[in-house]
Design a protein around this ligand. Structure first.
Ligand code: ASP
Length: 434
């Protein structure tokens, strides 16, 4: 019997079919009203089915993943110093990665380049957006103090309900994340038989929503074909050029963080030779690259860090296990770049507050993203919509996601090992790379 094609190959085929069919239609029927009608009433709604199945699972996913992630961190609080160091290291290095990505995307502006006509045509395919004016008004009218205050939700349910509504004036997604973090902290502090039941329930909820997303992803090859067709049939080859620029920016950002930021940390903070370090972890890099999953790479990472780098088990067990879901530098960088790229693509100017939302949400998403292939996609959809960028954008990048996923997972895992090296060194312990 022939082995079924892996999902990512099918998604890539979906992309290729969508692009080719779209380009052909663009070349031959660009001015036909029938093409317009078909896109609006048949093809685009089909893509929407796939998107909505993902949307439906995102809010419970964020809530359960963040609360569980923080509750685990809280456990680790008992490990004292190591816990605190890992926590601060994670926040600082993840923030650096997001800022690096965002700076690059603001400098290169890979999503800019569509003509006004093209953009109007593009926006007419998108049926779900409220008027831009309403979005701008919602973003404008708030002071910085109010924006910060709104991070603490008065009514978490209202913020959850407003998370997908770009005209919503409360804290939205960030407030929901804040609430989830707090539930996780309280859960870690109030350990009892009863709260254990709740934690298991959360774990159950998490498993269920992950399964819903897995089912939705089965539709992805068709959804991607439909979404990409809708865009290329309208805009032609321009889209492909922009997509190429976007891929280049993500890869440059990831490379700078991997070989620049990590090398600096290794050389000046951990005080080991970065080249030797990368040589020793080659096996981990290859595993992360080929599996696109931090979780699957964990056993290899644990073994190599102990055997080849001399990180003590007490430290590596803790830092790497936690890091495989909580310290995802590559994912955070990628999320920031993607959201801003799509905002540029759709011609949406994000205000400073909105850009700050993207940064903060990407850093937090580094804690809440599952270490599985494509784990960051649901989070991207949520951040996109919460700053007023059409969720349809995900269809444009999904087809090339596997390649970028392979690369960002390498960073996620290398970042965890670098963190373990830093903690070992700061504890005054010997490393094998001396
Ligand atoms: N695949 C990534 C990981 O496992 C998560 C993601 O960014 O999708 O680390």
């Amino acid at each position: 019997m022939r082995k079924p094609l892996p999902l990512h190959t099918k998604i890539f085929i979906g992309l290729a079919v969508g692009v080719m069919a779209g380009l052909l239609c663009n070349a031959f029927f660009a001015d036909e009203p029938a093409l317009d009608w078909a896109i609006k009433n048949l093809i685009s709604p089909f893509g929407q089915i796939f998107l909505r199945l993902i949307f439906m699972a995102v809010l419970p996913l964020i809530f359960s993943a963040l609360a569980l992630g923080v509750a685990e961190l809280g456990d680790i609080r008992r490990l004292g110093r190591i816990g605190v160091k890992t926590f601060f290291y994670t926040i600082i290095v993840t923030s650096i990665s997001v800022l690096l990505g965002i700076t690059l995307v603001n400098m290169v502006r890979p999503g800019v380049g569509l003509s006004e006509d093209d953009r109007t045509a593009l926006m007419s395919t998108i049926t779900t957006r409220p008027a831009q004016a309403a979005v701008e008004k919602a973003a404008e009218a708030k002071s910085i103090v109010q924006t910060l205050l709104d991070l603490i939700p008065k009514n978490p349910l209202a913020d959850a309900a407003g998370a997908f509504d770009e005209t919503y004036r409360g804290g939205g997604i960030l407030a929901l994340m804040f609430f989830s973090l707090f539930v996780g902290i309280a859960l870690a502090l109030a350990r009892s038989e009863r709260t254990e039941v709740f934690e298991r329930w959360l774990q159950g909820l998490y498993d269920i929503v992950m399964r819903i997303i897995a089912i939705a992803m089965k539709l992805a090859p068709y959804g991607v074909a439909a979404l990409v067709f809708s865009v290329t049939a309208r805009l032609g080859v321009d889209v492909i050029v922009l997509l190429g620029k976007y891929i280049t920016v993500v890869l440059i950002g990831l490379a700078l963080h991997m070989f620049g930021v990590y090398s600096l940390i290794l050389k000046y903070v951990v005080r080991v030779n970065p080249l030797k370090f990368f040589g020793r972890i080659e096996e981990v890099i290859l595993t992360a690259f080929s599996t696109s999953s931090s979780n699957v790479t964990l056993p290899t990472a644990l073994r190599v860090t102990e055997e080849k780098l001399g990180v003590p088990r007490t430290i590596s067990n803790f830092v790497l296990t936690l890091g495989s879901t909580a310290n995802q530098n590559g994912t955070a960088l990628y999320e920031g770049v993607t959201v801003l790229f799509l905002a540029q693509f759709f011609g949406i100017d994000l205000t400073i507050t909105q850009q700050a939302t993207v940064v903060l949400a990407s850093v937090l998403a580094g804690i809440g993203t599952a270490g599985v292939p494509g784990g960051s996609l649901p989070v991207i959809v949520l951040v996109l919509v919460s700053v007023g960028v059409p969720g349809e954008g995900i269809g444009i990048i999904l087809g090339v996601d596997r390649l970028l996923d392979m690369c960002r997972t390498v960073l996620n895992v290398t970042g965890d090992i670098t963190a373990a090296m830093y903690v070992t060194r700061s504890e005054g312990q010997q490393l094998k790379l001396e």
